[in-house]
Design a protein around this ligand. Structure first.
Ligand code: SF4
Length: 316
């Protein structure tokens, strides 16, 4: 069952000199109930803009966000506040998002107070449940955020995000700031919570090796657009887009045989001046004449690994 449907979601900023900066361009995506979609791409590709625009933490410039049949973009403040209970986010830096002057119990219980859910007694009880759910001791609520490690702070942020029993969680680089061993603990926690709570998750990361552990499907973004999307297994084993192929070869020991690393030359182009044709053409080792003038549409192609697979590339 579909939980959220994005149609041509776009975000354009105005630069210092009045130029348009195309941060997010015509992204269409469906997230099913209980599904985890990984969004991957280099820094500046638009993945965090997608997560924030989806929740209307930044206002999209165009498009639709259909959440359980209603368009979030045209909701008034009162309805949007109610919808926010179902739509939560966790950020990369848990320390920055936790108020250092509040005790952890207050921080986790804050959404219940803001949305007037239950009374003081039931809110206290819910905080204890949430601490247990994320693997923190029951007395953790009496301490301050600085008394915890980075991984524990991310557990606190997750507990707060789950307080209102959301239907969708956006995890924006949620493990990027953590040590590798702690990363895997938090990834396991997220995977576990997803099963327990039937949560839908948009899991954003620059790191495919992280994304593959939690996601049912993966969307690869380049310069504000999704250039490939498919089941995680298909993306990992049979990537179609040359950009996805390059990202994959940067991960050691992925797939059945180890492939030679494809080094991406150059930088992500300036989103204020996107290249004509395929935005990846200036860095693509398989570029053809048509790539410089005609933008390939994201579509299912003959010979794709599955019916879910879509790619935007003239090679297919
Ligand atoms: Fe490369 Fe052309 Fe495909 Fe773009 S459309 S990824 S430039 S082959």
């Amino acid at each position: 069952m579909t939980l959220i449907d994005l149609h041509n979601l776009s975000k354009t900023y105005t630069g210092k000199n009045g130029e348009n900066i195309y941060a997010l361009v015509d992204v269409s995506l469906t997230i099913k109930k209980g599904e985890v979609i990984g969004i991957v791409g280099e820094s500046g590709c638009g993945k965090s803009t997608l997560g924030r625009a989806l929740l209307r933490l930044i206002e999209p410039s165009n498009g639709e966000i259909i959440f359980e049949g209603n368009d979030l973009i045209h909701m008034n403040k009162r309805k949007m506040k109610a919808a926010r209970k179902d739509l939560q986010i966790i950020f990369q830096d848990p320390f920055g998002s936790l108020n250092p002057r509040h005790k952890v119990g207050t921080i986790i219980g804050e959404p219940l107070v803001v949305h007037k859910v239950g009374n003081r007694q039931s809110q206290k009880q819910r905080v204890l449940e949430l601490l247990e759910l994320v693997g923190l001791p029951s007395d953790a609520g009496k301490s301050y955020p600085h008394e915890f490690s980075g991984g524990q702070r991310q557990r606190i942020a997750i507990a707060r995000a789950l307080a209102l029993e959301p239907k969708l969680l956006v995890a924006d680089e949620a493990v990027s700031a953590l040590d590798v061993s702690v990363q895997s603990q938090i990834i396991n926690l997220i995977a576990d919570l997803r099963k327990k709570l039937n949560l839908s998750i948009l899991f954003i990361s620059h790191d495919l090796s992280v994304i593959r552990h939690v996601s049912d499907r993966v969307g690869v973004m380049y310069l504000g657009r999704i250039v490939e999307i498919g089941a995680t297994e298909d993306i990992m084993n049979s990537p179609q887009h040359p950009y996805t192929q390059a990202l994959l070869t940067a991960i050691p020991h992925v797939g059945k045989k180890r492939q030679q690393r494809i080094v991406l030359e150059g930088e992500l182009p300036d989103p204020a001046h996107p290249p004509t044709g395929c935005a990846f053409h200036s860095r693509c080792s398989k570029v053809m004449d048509i790539c410089r003038t005609k933008r390939p549409e994201l579509a299912h192609q003959n010979g794709a690994p599955s019916t879910q697979s879509e790619v935007a590339c003239h090679l297919y």
